[in-house]
Design a protein around this ligand. Structure first.
Ligand SMILES: [Zn+2]
Length: 286
């Protein structure tokens, strides 16, 4: 949701279509979550997002955020969008609505698709969609031995408990602590015409390694743990252009005032986006 608001505020998007599995979720989200977002972030989201009485429509800056249930095909007509976000795609009953939603972007110069569920079953829904992309993984360069690390691949060995009682993200080669911002997206299948990203809480600056390890050790089933905590396949399929959520420079439509820069920083903080050393952006979290 924060990425949607960010795109409407800073990337010149005029419409974002945010799809939930059913209408009940739209109503819950619209009533509770939007109110919380405004309440918790009065200096940023609170200023751009005007809450309306319309459950399915919010105004953000100069654009609109459309909240819809995927079961309602009628609700998808006449909604123009630059970005379509699927929340919990695996739970949606009508997978064919995906194609219709993508048609909503026919007139858009951006044409971006984000799929945000956790993977449920292999080869179904989000997992199947990811397999068809170029499969980008976040690889971090160890400053100790220069090895490239995929933390997800080496979980839980990549989390090391130090003698001082700390839990750190560590290189499995030399055991030195790694810097999650010192990485880059590397495609497993370069050249595929769609792009997908595998995100993980292991790469989030807001999730403590100790907390992940605790959840892992106390999880009832490992499948649940991996699906919900470790591998958040928050997938970005880009139809035409590269997604802005990769390591691209921030493209601003105009020069920002100091107040706007403050707002942007605030937005980056709450979306979990952090600037890496090369002044690029990466989203670490949902
Ligand atoms: Zn190393």
């Amino acid at each position: 949701m924060l990425r949607s608001i960010y795109s409407l505020r800073y990337r010149g998007f005029k419409g974002v279509l945010y799809l939930f599995p059913s209408r009940a979720e739209v109503a819950d989200f619209s009533r509770a979550r939007v109110k919380n977002l405004i309440g918790e972030n009065p200096d940023s989201i609170g200023r751009w997002l005007s809450d309306t009485d319309n459950i399915g429509l919010k105004k953000v800056h100069d654009g609109h955020l459309y909240l819809r249930g995927m079961v309602s095909r009628v609700g998808l007509k006449s909604v123009p969008a630059d970005l379509v976000v699927f929340d919990e795609l695996d739970e949606a009953r009508d997978q064919s609505a995906v194609d219709m939603a993508i048609e909503r972007m026919a007139q858009s110069e951006f044409k971006e698709v984000l799929m945000l569920p956790n993977p449920s079953l292999p080869d179904f829904g989000i997992d199947a969609a990811f397999q068809q992309t170029d499969q980008c993984y976040w690889l971090i360069k160890c400053q100790g031995c220069r090895r490239w690390c995929n933390l997800v691949e080496y979980f839980p060995e990549c989390l090391r408990e130090t003698a001082g009682g700390q839990t750190i993200r560590a290189c499995v080669g030399c055991e030195k602590q790694v810097d999650i911002s010192a990485g880059q997206w590397v495609a497993k299948r370069p050249g595929a015409d769609r792009r997908g990203y595998q995100h993980s809480q292991l790469h989030s600056a807001f999730v403590k390694p100790a907390e992940l390890l605790r959840k892992f050790r106390t999880a009832r089933t490992l499948t649940n743990f991996y699906n919900l905590n470790l591998v958040i396949f928050s997938l970005a399929l880009t139809l035409k252009r590269q997604s802005a959520f990769t390591k691209e420079k921030i493209e601003m439509p105009k020069k920002l005032s100091s107040k706007e820069i403050y707002e942007l920083r605030e937005m980056l903080r709450i979306t979990g986006m952090i600037a890496s050393r090369k002044e690029t952006l990466c989203i670490r979290n949902r």
